[in-house]
Design a protein around this ligand. Sequence first.
Ligand code: ADP
Ligand code: GLC
Length: 489
Amino acid sequence: MATTDKLNICLATAEFAPLAKTGGLADVSAALSAYLHSEGHDVRVLMPFYSQIRRENLDIQPVNNLQNLTIKVGPWDIEYSIDIAILPANGLPIFLLRCPALYDRPGIYSSETDEHLRFIVLSRAAIEMCQRMNFAPDIFHCNDWHTALIPLFLRTIYSWDNLFAGTRSVMTIHNIGYQGVFGSHIVGDLSLYGGEHFLHQDDLAQGRINFLKSGILLADVLTTVSPTYAREIQSPEYGMGLDGYLRGRSDTLFGILNGVDYDEWNPETDALIPQTFSSSDFSGKIACKLELMRELGLAGGADQPIIGFVSRLVGQKGIDLMVSVLPRLLAQRNFSLSLLGSGEPHFELFFQSLQRAARKRVGFYRGYNNKLAHWIEAGSDMFMMPSAYEPCGLNQLYSLKYGTIPIVRETGGLADSVRQVNRAAATGTGVLFRDYDEAGFHWAISRALDLYEDQPLWRKIMANGMAMDFSWQKQGALYVKLYRSLSGS
Ligand code: ADP
Ligand code: GLC
């Protein structure tokens, strides 16, 4: 541990909001590091300098000692430099790994044959950056499969370096559905030179290397993004083949619920929405709702119930339940939908056809649009997340803050953040259903629509949710406590 009580942390991530984001990993990397920085810890974040990163409003400077470097990865000599940008919003320094050969691609992720190299290089550059800056991290914080090889590299390629003698690794599983599995032909690209025995030998024999599994086996501590998900992934139903390894590490696996960056997501200050509002005056929310309806071409007035949805359109998010339930429900009940997302083509086609069938009641924007995401949170009455699994989920946390009642499946972070409404006591913050089936989802939407008809009760539920605090001040402190428990060990 450092001599002062401030920690040295190196955090490596594939996504960081707002620079490069496909989902919640970006929000969490950004907000957790901002929190750590604000608490005075020396946090050095490394992420790829993707060509999509918008350079306007960013003062990007080359880091002196970190220019025109070469890293030998298997047979490849990969050239890179590291630049730095100080984020204007909070003064947090971000280190950007500039390597056009690897990161000038149409998207953040690719399905090209060198995908593994892109993240091997990120992981190794994070370690070599510390070496060149003579920065001894108390904690190396890895996130998801992309940086899950860092514990392996610390034990092999860099084990000679005393700089890391006191370093402990923390690996956060944001989503076990993405493991980074590659054919074992890439083993040479790991440059382990004799350290291959650290790899999972049965996997190797069967011709594959699983990056996330390596992190699960070798990181000093594992975390995931909610207490319920920490339990769930130890079961075959949710573990996606890794549950046995996670059960084996249950004493070093912790669930810490994500927080919300209330500087970005707060209806009282949100500069992206048509009008701000608070729980003491909902007039701004009504204005947001009418603007959202106009924007999406939805019919009706302020009393028309609107259910929102903003998501990557992938199986995890429960869209197949929507496919079987929403057309029927639209015929049975009066409500409208505000939908935003992109992803698997068959899901995009489903929302497009739903919209074609009921243009005045279904607004769907295909694509990624941060402003519209804020509008939907602010202007909808309810927000649906019928996820098959949900490690944490951020949109239900945003919804609670915006007085938009979450309708969620009782799983992962959804179960940990939404409380079932009790009508008689006027307690609770949303509607939860347990089983992943049509009947459960149908029941939950119908129940929310019934509750909506009792407006005094509805407003009480809105206020209950808006009063909840999922700030990083609280959640980030749990990470610091964990880091400290490790760095003393
Ligand atoms: P996941 O990480 O599984 O995608 P989360 O709920 O943790 O799910 O985080 C999703 C984040 O991505 C939220 O901030 C959400 O608003 C944002 N998001 C997802 N899809 C879109 C989209 N199409 N446009 C704008 N923001 C989106
Ligand atoms: C993941 C999960 C989501 C979580 C996010 C950030 O992609 O699907 O539930 O909120 O990571 O941790």
